[in-house]
Design a protein around this ligand. Structure first.
Ligand code: CR1
Length: 821
């Protein structure tokens, strides 16, 4: 394997530095007792290398005036940093040896680290993968986010029910971040707008804010893999400001100011734990604005350090990607700054924004499409609301009216303001109007964005709507999490596959090679043994590594249909009870999922799975053929343990609902075979691996539309399918909840009287059939090994490096460091 970058430290040097940090930074002489101190000393040692590279990176981009991508995201699910940083710096073996000579296993040191869990699910993890790729590919990039004091809650189960406890990820500090007082920002909010007449008859708007919040940046370095680059993720923390405007406060006009001042620090206190729902809470709105305003000010500051007051280069230097609509207020903040603070003409400011912003849509679910009330906007950001109205006026009069003259319905449909009892701002419309590109995250999703979500916008702005299929970083999701498989791949692939994932396709030629199959599957087996230990430790359930490990790991959501798998488990259990010799290979169902704390049915589904698991796992009648485990506190670190051990990847969302999925890519990359619907990136995974190496089932997007058109009635399935009926009826009994009949009824209700909004019953029979086929395939060891190998070999397309290259070519137009052009 070609290593372009020299190893930054030898083992002896590394060890010496770790000891120095233990002595001089932590004053720890009692090494053996204190792996936490060793972790800190190792991180500080790594940081010496990291910060030197960061300085070099900054210097290069300043000298070369490189255009930068500024990624704005309310969420980053980074996970732990040490192992990844060691791999990316080619220091893994060095650190391993150095730490071993101090009497520690490197894995035990990793276990001391906390996850940076500043996100909910796919959207936040995607942002983390993108930062890794941007640094690896030597692009000038800054990630902007929020320095939440509490990231995503920790999940425990009490008698099967989810309990949330706060995430204290930096209670004792975080070795990877550095505070940057020199880049503090002050953020105004509340207050009123004054109109002042200029001599020429024009009107100047002055915003007298009611409160100021201090934004303190914390930088987390992002280390590229085998590259020259270290970029930063800049996270804003809110603090009470000493710039409090007492005059205005004392005038008594700003009741809000008082309580909000006291609560300045609450703005960045906690990550909203809702995945794909719009929380609609004032604090969330202020959180979004605070983070956008800090980031826009910082982007301008960085620009001005190089270009002073010459704005002519701004849109050439800066592109801003909005990760979903959460950072939309950045558009209004830039408009406001240009017009009010730099005297830009409205048209010029708007034209500039339209060159700078691009927007990624991550979902079609209506409950996730953000809307904020005009009244809230007016109270918190009165000046921004005026600007929003002016954009809407321009859009409706100059653009909508030109294409659809006198069409009032169309105006109402496309307007950024939704009329109704309470006027609302449609954030996605503002994004589409003001961005130069809008992308979906998998081909089928982007097609649906064009055809179903924004068809009129697609007519109005041809070529604005486009696709960039998601990807995952093979550094974390194969090299670091599956070291044995990585080694095997190294032995077969000449180029550095971690940087050029398509080169893995060469292992397809060993798919029928008996020896390779054996090696590949014995690595899978070893990973399963390790996971079985973890399962025992965290759930007390004994599982056999010889069983099929069938994995469903993702947020808990009805559209993802964990309860479809649950219903099928009930069906298998029934079959086994009816016939203990029922022919099936033993299977272990492994779930990992957090439910939003306020999502009632999601929590009921967790409870039901746990209750059924209790019963099945302790039932001697079925000879251990079926086991069900729900691993608590699913997070990046747990994913890194489950994914290398998975045989089967469950990707069973209702067609048209899962925008892309990224867990599907990680699992297939590690040799798991997908059972899934034609949804999100599953469609593209199927194209890559071929129909023989994936189990596709269920209704397609068109079928699902037809079901609705024909008047979907879940009772048709209930009455005509004996197995469905028996399983749903079972839930009303006390079979799984002794003495408490009906405790699991909520699921049955939602599927019958609730109308089965996600069409589980329509897909059940075909899902069961696909599972039988899967079971047959697994029993044929050679066939299964072949399928698993092909899955790993054909994942080249799904590296986040490819996604980033697509963004760069079609949207961002960046040039990497040291490139000739
Ligand atoms: C989608 O549900 C996708 C990720 C990343 C999620 C998932 O299918 O892989 O985004 N959407 O693009 C989301 O979180 C708010 O929307």
């Amino acid at each position: 394997m070609a290593t372009a970058i020299k190893k930054p430290l030898t083992t002896a040097q590394f060890k010496k530095k770790v000891l120095q940090h233990l002595n001089f930074t932590s004053s720890q002489d009692d090494l053996a007792q204190n792996p936490t101190a060793v972790l800190k000393a190792v991180c500080l040692t790594v940081n010496e290398v990291v910060y030197e590279k960061l300085t070099e990176t900054n210097k290069y981009h300043k000298e070369h005036k490189s255009r930068s991508i500024n990624y704005l995201s309310l969420e980053y699910l980074m996970g732990r940093m040490l192992s990844n940083n060691l791999h990316n710096l080619d220091l893994f073996d060095v650190a391993q040896k150095a730490v071993a000579s101090l009497g520690f296993e490197i894995e035990d040191i990793f276990e001391e680290g906390h996850d940076l869990a500043l996100g909910n699910g796919g959207l936040g993890r995607l942002a983390a993968c993108f930062l890794d790729s941007l640094a690896t590919m030597d692009f000038n990039a800054v990630g902007y986010g929020i320095h939440y004091e509490h990231g995503l809650f920790k999940q425990q189960f009490h008698q099967g029910r989810q309990i949330e406890t706060p995430d204290e990820w930096r209670e004792y500090g975080n070795p990877w971040e550095v505070c940057r007082p020199e880049a503090v920002q002050y953020i105004p909010l509340f207050g009123h707008v004054e109109s002042i007449a200029n001599n020429d008859g024009s009107v100047k708007k002055v915003w007298h804010s009611g409160q100021t919040i201090k934004g303190v940046p914390w930088d987390v370095p992002i280390v590229g893999y085998n590259s020259k680059t270290v970029n930063v993720l800049r996270l804003w923390e809110s603090r009470a400001s000493s710039h409090f405007d007492w005059d205005q406060f004392n005038s008594g006009a700003y009741q809000d100011a008082h309580s909000a001042q006291n609560h300045a620090e609450t703005i960045s206190k906690v990550l909203y734990p809702n995945d794909e729902t719009d929380a609609g809470k004032e604090l969330r709105f202020i959180q979004q604005y605070f983070f956008c305003a800090c980031s826009i000010k910082d982007i301008i500051k960085r620009y001005q350090e190089q270009f002073g007051d010459d704005w002519s280069q701004f849109s050439k230097q800066v592109v801003i990607q909005l990760n979903d609509t959460h950072p939309t207020i950045a558009i209004l903040e830039l408009m406001r700054t240009l017009i009010d603070e730099y005297d830009f003409a409205w048209n010029d400011a708007f034209a500039m924004c339209r060159e700078i912003f691009a927007y990624t849509n991550h979902t079609l679910l209506p409950e996730a499409l953000e809307k904020w009330s005009v009244a809230l906007f007016d109270r918190v950001l009165p000046r921004h609301l005026e600007i929003l109205f002016s954009i809407n006026e321009f859009f409706l009069n100059e653009e909508v009216a030109k294409l659809w003259p006198n069409d009032h319905q169309m105006r109402g449909r496309l307007s950024i303001i939704e009329e109704g009892p309470e006027k609302m701002v449609r954030m996605a419309h503002l994004c589409v109007v003001t961005s130069f590109k809008v992308n979906g995250v998998a081909q089928i999703h982007s097609d649906l964005v064009k055809s179903d979500l924004f068809p009129e916008f697609n007519q109005l702005y041809p070529n604005k709507l486009t696709n960039v299929t998601n990807g995952v970083t093979p550094r974390r999701w194969l090299k670091a999490c599956n070291p044995e498989l990585s080694k095997l791949l190294d032995s077969k692939v000449k180029t550095d596959w971690a940087k050029n994932l398509s080169s893995l396709s060469t292992v397809a030629k060993f798919a029928d090679d008996e020896k390779f199959q054996q090696e590949f599957m014995s690595i899978k087996h070893n990973n399963k043994v390790k996971l079985a230990e973890e399962i025992l430790a965290s759930t007390g359930v004994v599982v056999s590594p010889d069983a099929i490990f069938d994995v469903q790991i993702k947020r808990l959501h009805e559209y993802k249909r964990q309860h479809l798998s649950f219903l099928h488990i009930l069906a298998l259990y029934r079959r086994l009870l009816a016939d203990p010799d029922y022919d099936m290979h033993p299977r272990v169902y492994i779930f990992g999922a957090k439910a939003a704390p306020g999502y009632y049915l999601a929590k009921e589904i967790i409870y039901a799975i746990n209750k059924v698991a209790d019963k099945i796992n302790n039932d001697d009648r079925i000879n251990g053929k079926l086991k069900v485990v729900f691993m608590p506190n699913y997070r990046v670190t747990l994913a890194e343990k489950i994914i290398p051990a998975a045989d089967v990847s469950e990707q069973i969302s209702t067609a048209g609902k899962e925008a892309s999925g990224t867990g599907n890519m990680k699992l297939a990359l590690n040799g798991a075979v997908t059972i899934g619907t034609l949804d999100g990136a599953n469609v593209e995974i199927a194209e890559e691996v071929g129909d023989d190496n994936i189990f596709i089932f269920g209704n397609t997007v068109d079928d699902i539309k037809a079901l609705a058109a024909n008047g979907y009635n879940p009772y048709d399935y209930y009455n005509n399918d004996e197995e469905i009926k028996a399983c749903l009826d079972w839930l009303h009994t006390d079979y799984f909840t002794p003495g408490k009949p009906g405790e699991l009824s909520a699921i049955a209700h939602s599927l019958l009287d609730g109308g089965d909004p996600y069409r589980l019953l329509a897909d059940f029979a075909d899902y069961a059939k696909a599972n039988t086929a899967l079971d047959q395939a697994y029993k044929d060891k050679t066939r299964w090994a072949r399928m698993a190998i092909i899955n790993t070999a054909k994942m080249g397309k799904f590296t986040s490096d490819r996604s980033i290259q697509d963004y760069v070519d079609n949207i961002w137009k960046l040039t990497p460091m040291n490139s000739k052009n």
